[in-house]
Design a protein around this ligand. Structure first.
Ligand code: GDP
Ligand code: ZN
Length: 315
């Protein structure tokens, strides 16, 4: 039989078939060897084949279908190992607020770079539209416009008044989504307004952290009440994982840089000190915003510490 992994404990996997039947599955020993670099070879969102066991709602996973994409986190205990938290994600929403809390453009850009590297479509939701004065609204418009020009869909929403939440729902329809953003930007409120009763686990994790418990982070998938729409919830959901990048590839994850790269004199141009750099020219011409370039330099300089605390706040 074939199904999708909805939940993982590290040793048991809840697998749901297309008919909606749930099986508790385990993996065979050899899978552990195959997934050498991962602490857990099967992730939430994986499509798997499994052999049901007789007279029980249990089974043995025999095959993992190829993943379209996946997100990773460094394992809690074994820092060199990666933990695949979720796979086959259609889109990720980043909730952005200008106050309570403030989301910096460097955070947005690092997030977008990660999404590009993961090959997951990202949408920016400027939440709490109801709380801004005219000047702040102008800034939201400026930012949204800037990111739209790069090619990202941006929507001004309010999880409290319901402004544009129907648009978010439309984007989610029939897809597997994730929600990210700093703590307090309104992820739970927004998801709850779209699917009443479904509460994200953001708060729970920090509670566990305070108590110093062992916290391997496992994601969980939920069906929403409409059209095969699903959401992947990860504890500490603001974290979108981390990814190792070579210096040369970082610019490729800035779509507006990538588009100009062919006009740089050197095909391995890092867009820093090289002569005849099309990216720096576009910067001077005002076609690329300084804030984007600044974020690029930060990532290039490999401020990994900052990167990890920014994107993955718990570390
Ligand atoms: P999370 O940590 O991202 O899940 O954020 P929450 O959903 O818990 O929201 C944090 C706080 O922001 C709560 O007090 C919410 O009521 C409030 N909040 C969420 N969305 C909005 C919004 O659109 N407008 C306003 N004014 N407050 C909001
Ligand atoms: Zn260049």
């Amino acid at each position: 039989m074939t199904g999708t992994v909805y939940k993982s404990t590290g040793s048991w996997y809840a697998v749901k078939t297309d008919e909606g039947r749930l099986f508790d599955c385990r993996i065979k020993g050899k899978f552990r060897i195959k997934g050498i670099k991962s602490t857990s070879p099967v992730a939430v969102g994986d499509v798997v084949d499994f052999e049901p066991e007789t007279n029980a709602d249990t089974g043995i996973i025999t095959r993992i279908h190829d993943r379209r994409n996946y997100i990773v986190r460094r394992s809690v205990n074994l820092s060199k190992q990666k933990h695949i938290i979720a796979a086959n994600i259609d889109l990720v929403f980043l909730l952005v607020t200008l106050k309570n809390p403030l989301t910096l453009t460097t955070f947005i850009d690092r997030f977008l770079v990660t999404a590009e590297a993961y090959d997951i479509k990202a949408v920016l939701l400027f939440n709490k539209a109801d709380q801004y004065d005219d000047e702040e609204l102008l800034e939201v418009k400026y930012l949204a416009n800037m990111y739209r020009q790069v090619g990202y869909e941006c929507i001004g929403v309010s999880a409290v008044t319901g402004k544009n939440t129907d648009k978010v729902k439309e984007l989610m329809r029939g897809k597997v989504s994730m929600f990210s953003g700093h703590s307090g930007v309104g992820k739970s409120t927004l998801v709850n307004s779209i699917e009443p009763g479904l509460n994200l686990r953001t708060a729970e994790l920090s509670e566990q952290h305070r108590q110093g418990q062992h916290t391997t982070t496992f994601a969980e998938m939920f069906d929403l009440g409409f059209d095969d729409t699903r959401i992947i919830d990860t504890p500490g959901i603001k974290g979108f994982g981390i990814i190792d990048m070579e210096k040369e590839e970082i610019g490729d994850y800035f779509p507006e840089f990538f588009a100009r790269k062919g006009e740089c004199r050197f095909n391995n141009c890092l867009h820093v000190d090289e002569p005849h750099c099309a990216v720096k020219q576009a910067l001077e011409d005002g076609e690329i915003p300084w804030s984007r370039y600044k974020s690029y330099l930060q990532i290039l300089e490999g401020k990994e510490e900052n990167y990890r605390t920014d994107i993955y706040g718990e570390e």
